[in-house]
Each structure stands twice: as C-alpha cells, then as structure tokens.
Ligand binder design. Structure first.
Ligand code: ZN
Length: 327
C-alpha cells in the first residue's frame, strides 16, 4: 500500500516537474486481452492511451491455453481485462484467482445472440443424432439436467460475424471509458471510426461471397469455428472436431465427413492457423477435395503474416474462400 502511494506521489511529481510527454507510458491504461483478436480491437479503440498485453498471441490456441505464473503477474498489474466469454476461456477463473486481479473485467461478447452447439464435438447441421445418442450413457451424471444427451453449449466464436464484431467494439469502448473516464472522447472517436471501417468491410465481405455459386458454398474446416461466419454470410461449414480444439474427432466423425464430401461434392477443405493440419490433409487425400488454403479462426497472424488485424483476417479468409470456391 505504502509503496503504491509513494509511486503515485512520484508520478504526480513527475507530472509537475518532468518534461512534457515523459509520463505517458506510466499513465497509460493497462489492458490485458485474453487473445489476439481482442488485443487488436482494444488497440484500435484505445489508441495511444492504452497499453495492451495479449495472453494468447498470434497463431495461438486459446481453447487449450494454460496460463503461467507470469500471466498471473501480468493480469495482477492490469486495470482492465477483456475476455471473449461464451465459455471460450475455460481457464479464466483459475487465472483470475491465481492473479488476485482486482480490476475491471469486460466480456466483449456481452449482448451477442449466441449460437449453440451440441457437446461432444457434434457439428452444426448434423442430422443423424441417433448415431451418437449412446455416448452420454456411460457418464455417471450427478445432476438431473445432465441426463439430456443433446446438451447445448454456446459457440464462442462470435467474432467471426462482423455484426458481432461491432458489439465487441462497443463493449470495449465502454469498458475503456469506465476504466479511464478522462479518455472518453478519444475512445468514442476511435470506436466510431473503427465501427465505420467494420461496416464497410461487412459490405465488402457480402459482395465478395455473393458471387459464389450456390452448389459450392460448403467447406470443411478442422474445428467448428466458423458457424457465425457461415450463418451470417451464407456458407455451410462442416468440421470433424467440435466447437473446441480440446475435443478430438472420432473415427466415425471423420468417416462421416469423408462420406459427406463425396456425396455432396464439397469442393474444398481448409486448414486453420491454430490447428494441426494432418487430419485435414488426410481428408483431402481420401476424398480428392482440394486444400483451399488457411483460414484464420481463433487467432491473428503475426505482424508479417496475412492477417495481423481483425479486419485483415476477414480480407484474408474471404480471399481464400472465393479463390477456392469460385467455379
Ligand atoms: Zn475455436
């Protein structure tokens, strides 16, 4: 406590006595983002007033992230912590507890209408529930409502619909204003500009995907990260792994997808930047579907890659999709 007071006096003295600009770094709002896509959004809205640290960085997989003591220390020193929510950060409570974080927690997906998924890796649009209905019987459920074998869980990948991205940005803006009221005008102006850019990108995405022939609007990815994208922009996305990369595809799931690719003449399979591509390579080999490229699902690329920002990610993904699916 005393140390903190002394530091504040020190800062105040520096403000009074120091040369203009020298206190800026110390005065910045310290924001922690759970993953890289949020990190970019916060930087866009926060601008120079905010220092952003991202826990799960470029090409990282937040589903299977395991926070380190260093991450807990980072969070302990933060003013505001931005997370996706919808069950994406399964490690969130453990990290919060370990860090003793006392700042403001902002859930970027608040207000999003979530899509739901069945547990145990069932993919969206699957109709043969009977094949899997026996899976849950081996469980020793201790809660009555767990008896339902088709338990629905929220799909966390809401950022893959730009309309939801706008909700994220509004929540980030409001979270930063709450953490740093003096920056209100800056955050509002930055957010307005960014929201405008997202709206423009939305028009571009729809226009580009509208050119795809109806029969070619089906793709395979490795995990179920693109249901919001598919539902917003009219593509059917099928994935052998579930909504989390933690669940592995079963042999039946893979066999079913191989049958489906052949029956529906699905033109392309896509690897993801966060996932092992071997399963997709195998599926492509066995079906003759081509590898349509890499889609950025749960993480951005590094600064030198093709998807260093949220909007770059959409431009890259839409480019890869239209290149592979145009007739
Ligand atoms: Zn995911």
């Amino acid at each position: 406590m005393k140390h903190r007071v002394l530091m504040q006096i020190g800062l105040a003295l520096t403000v009074l006595l120091g040369p203009a600009g020298s206190t800026e770094a110390a005065d910045k709002v310290k924001a922690v983002a759970s993953f890289s896509i949020l990190g970019d959004m916060i930087s866009q809205v926060g601008g120079d007033r905010v220092e952003v640290v991202t826990l799960v960085g470029p090409d990282g997989d937040a589903h299977v992230f395991s926070p380190t003591p260093a991450d807990a220390k980072t969070l302990a020193g933060a003013d505001v912590f931005f997370v996706n929510g919808l069950g994406f950060e399964g490690w969130l409570q453990r990290l919060e507890k370990a860090s003793g974080f006392k700042g403001r927690l902002v859930t970027a997906s608040d207000g999003v209408k979530p899509l739901t998924m069945e547990e145990e890796g069932h993919h969206h649009g699957e109709e043969d529930h009977a094949d899997h209905a026996d899976h849950a019987k081996g469980h020793n459920d201790d809660e009555d409502d767990d008896e339902d074998e088709e338990e629905e869980v929220p799909d966390p990948h809401a950022w893959q619909d730009l309309t939801n991205g706008k909700i994220y940005v509004a929540n980030i803006r409001d979270g930063l204003i709450a953490a740093d009221p003096a920056g209100k005008a800056v955050y509002e102006a930055n957010a307005a500009k960014y929201l405008d850019a997202i709206a423009k990108e939305e028009v571009a995405v729809r226009a580009a995907l509208a050119t795809l022939p109806e029969a070619r609007r089906k793709i395979i990815t490795s995990h179920d990260a693109f249901n919001y994208f598919g539902s917003a922009y009219g593509l059917e996305i099928i994935a052998p792994e579930g909504v989390s990369t933690e669940s592995e595809a079963s042999a039946q799931d893979v066999a079913m997808i191989i049958r489906q690719i052949k029956a529906d003449k699905i033109p392309a399979v896509f690897v993801e930047n966060i996932a092992d591509r071997r399963l997709l390579d195998q599926i492509a080999r066995e079906t003759g579907a081509k590898i349509g490229g890499t889609l950025y699902s749960d993480a951005l690329s590094g600064a030198d890659g093709p998807a260093p920002t949220y909007l770059d990610m959409f431009r890259h993904n839409v480019g890869a999709l239209t290149a592979a699916l145009s007739s």
